[in-house]
Design a protein. Structure first.
Length: 283
């Protein structure tokens, strides 16, 4: 299904009925990224899986500013409005997790519960953020120069995804096929607009986030274990689960564990709508 927001067509999929849960995928992903989850366990919820700009069947705007995290966050809220979702739970993975955290901080009145999988609040140090932005832009140029297949070949060999080699080859082939359905301009501009180097640091706002939050990270993903432990120390209403024998993409590597953790958190967490004011962002 398609919904138009500010001249961008967003593709989304819906399954189940009940309280709404929005799913935001990671970089190179799409709404298909969630196919391995146990849909029967989510059947008591209305699950809405979006294709973010530049991914899947959603539009790929030619201007990178259109992918900026604040613009896309406004789009997600508008999509929720068009679908009649006044309050909803939000689950984001990696890039989608950074977006989900930004949404929860910027629109606290809309988010009832928050699940962040292998996510971060960005880079606190301005100089390090500039260096990361330069790296993101260089990778974007590489994607445009070499094409989507060459980039996916490179992406799959990153140490971040080394633990996925333990996943059966047939399942990895399906993930690769999903990544290859994306297009080079969309991924490149997504990196420029919503890469870690381009988003503001959300670290200062974490102590203000009263929304019930579940942090999930894989035991083998050292960087994100450290980051999520730091987050858990300063967030007031948070639960942290370090998933044994998992890397960065927990819902792909350990779908049953992931599904159970999410469902248990949502069942055992009374929905709350924060009344706190929005946080003001500065780079």
């Amino acid at each position: 299904m398609i919904v138009d927001v500010d001249q961008v067509a967003y593709h989304y999929r819906v399954f189940g009925t009940g309280k709404p849960l929005l799913l935001l995928h990671g970089f190179t992903g799409s709404s298909l990224s969630w196919n391995g989850l146990a849909s029967d366990q989510f059947s008591q919820m209305e699950v809405v899986a979006l294709d973010l700009p530049g991914h899947g069947q959603s539009d790929s705007p030619s201007v990178s500013d259109r992918y900026a995290i604040d613009r896309v966050a406004r789009d997600v809220v508008e999509i929720a409005d068009q679908l009649g979702l006044k309050g909803f739970s939000l689950l984001g993975y990696s890039m989608g997790g950074r977006l989900a955290l930004y949404l929860a901080l910027s629109y606290p009145e809309r988010i009832e519960a928050l699940i962040l999988e292998s996510a971060s609040p960005g880079i606190a140090n301005a100089s390090e953020r500039t260096l990361r932005r330069e790296w993101d832009y260089a990778v974007a140029e590489q994607i445009e120069r070499d094409g989507i297949r060459a980039f996916v070949d490179h992406w799959e060999q990153l140490p971040l995804f080394a633990s996925q080699r333990a996943v059966p080859q047939q399942k990895r082939a399906r993930l690769r096929a999903q990544r290859l359905q994306n297009n080079a301009p969309g991924l490149a501009n997504s990196l420029r607009g919503m890469g870690t180097g381009s988003q503001p640091s959300l670290w200062p706002a974490l102590p203000t986030l009263t929304t019930p939050t579940l942090l999930l990270c894989g035991e083998l993903d050292d960087k994100y274990v450290y980051t999520n432990q730091r987050m858990a120390q300063i967030m007031p209403n948070v639960e942290l689960i370090v998933v044994p024998n998992a890397g960065h993409n927990i819902h792909f590597e350990k779908p049953d564990f992931f599904t159970s953790a999410v469902i248990n958190f949502l069942k055992n967490t009374p929905p709350q709508i924060s009344k706190s004011s929005k946080f003001s962002w500065t780079l």
